[in-house]
Design a protein around this ligand. Sequence first.
Ligand SMILES: *[C@@H]1O[C@H](CO)[C@@H](O)[C@H](O)[C@H]1NC(C)=O
Ligand SMILES: *[C@@H]1O[C@H](CO)[C@@H](O)[C@H](O)[C@H]1NC(C)=O
Ligand SMILES: *[C@@H]1O[C@H](CO)[C@@H](O)[C@H](O)[C@H]1NC(C)=O
Ligand SMILES: *[C@@H]1O[C@H](CO)[C@@H](O)[C@H](O)[C@H]1NC(C)=O
Ligand SMILES: *[C@@H]1O[C@H](CO)[C@@H](O)[C@H](O)[C@H]1NC(C)=O
Length: 389
Amino acid sequence: MMWNSFLFFFFSFFIFNLGFLEAQKVPAIYVFGDSLVDVGNNNYLNDTLLKAMFPYYGIDFPTKKPAGRFSNGKNAADLIAEKIGVPTSPPYLSLVSKIKNNNRNVSFLGGVSFASGGAAIFNVTHKSFWGSIPLTTQVDYYSQMCDQLTQQIGASTLQKHISESIFLVVIGNNDIFNYFNSKDLQKKNTPQKYVKSMASSLKVQLQRLYKSGSRRFEIAGVAAIGCCPTLRVKNKTECFSEANLLSVEFNKELQSMLKQWESENKNISYSFFDTYSAIQDIIHDPTSHGFVDVKAACCGDGELNAEYLCLPSSNICSNRQDHIFWDAVHPTEAATRIIVDRLFNGPSKYTYPVNMKELLHVSIAQSLNPFNFFILLGLLVTCYQINTN
Ligand SMILES: *[C@@H]1O[C@H](CO)[C@@H](O)[C@H](O)[C@H]1NC(C)=O
Ligand SMILES: *[C@@H]1O[C@H](CO)[C@@H](O)[C@H](O)[C@H]1NC(C)=O
Ligand SMILES: *[C@@H]1O[C@H](CO)[C@@H](O)[C@H](O)[C@H]1NC(C)=O
Ligand SMILES: *[C@@H]1O[C@H](CO)[C@@H](O)[C@H](O)[C@H]1NC(C)=O
Ligand SMILES: *[C@@H]1O[C@H](CO)[C@@H](O)[C@H](O)[C@H]1NC(C)=O
């Protein structure tokens, strides 16, 4: 009897440790996208006004100071890294600047963020006053990084590292905003044509990442853009339907593009996250998620605090935990925590074909030697039989 219990304990422990090893298996996260995941690249840009370097940004960050995040505290990039158990990937431009200053203690192997507030799939924001790093340029930077790493550690070591790393892509939100801010874009594109073109342009960049050897992708759809305070003020504080419709249409296009893309290439593992539905479900049932105000920004000016982003002179709400929106377009850390939990743990209502937790396991299962797997299964069955006899 004691022997059986011991065996059971031993194998439980073994399985537990296997799970633990799986969680350790991600060597790095490489991040591409917009302000939802920018952790400070924009602070290094010369031509953008879109920088989270003034109060009250970062008021709830561990340092209590502006931290390059468009949030009161941590953003989605931080919270996803927390879930995986790795440090937040530092901004690419901060690493480049350290290298320029002859700091030799800089590595791209612990993960890098190329994300930039205001960035979009299309290049347009590049020319506008925002001056962000558009997706194409983010991938250009990534390619330059790969060239350097190839020289440092060799192609095959790099390939292994890249194929095991997670590629997080959060983009498209600003393309939706830009469509409603530009009569010209609306004149030249029907909504349907616009979202199709967004998805096919994104596919070009994903394919460039794939060609570099990346295989594991976490890809977020766009949010419920029409429910941001900045667009709510266009509809007497209700969500602006056209922008929500375009968001839904893009997410559909994105999902079918990803399916197609996966079928055209070998060994891709991806998880799509339906950001739109996750946010809508909180907006429709705020109290059970701990929120009181789903409409107004916590920090800002004018109606719904939606006139500008958060400025040192802005109004700031008394309880940052009970607002979904921190400023006119960005969620609070409190809302982001719930959304990132859905992205990581599912349920399948929000994630397709797997959630992020499963994505971390998928590649491991593929690389698990089938022989070992059957030995393990045999041991488990034996163990179970001994225990039930
Ligand atoms: C910003 O300007 C400085 C000084 O002119 C320059 O060294 C730096 O490379 C520029 N940064 C970017 C991202 O263009
Ligand atoms: C180099 O980086 C490591 C890990 O980030 C850190 O522990 C160490 O103190 C750094 N060394 C120097 C000289 O900055
Ligand atoms: C953005 O510009 C670059 C270089 O000018 C070009 O190669 C790329 O195709 C453009 N991307 C999109 C989505 O238009
Ligand atoms: C305004 O909100 C109402 C209620 O949600 C909705 O039915 C209507 O379509 C919206 N109008 C616009 C222009 O977004
Ligand atoms: C796909 O994975 C298999 C098994 O690990 C490997 O042999 C093959 O080279 C991979 N193909 C590509 C294109 O990555």
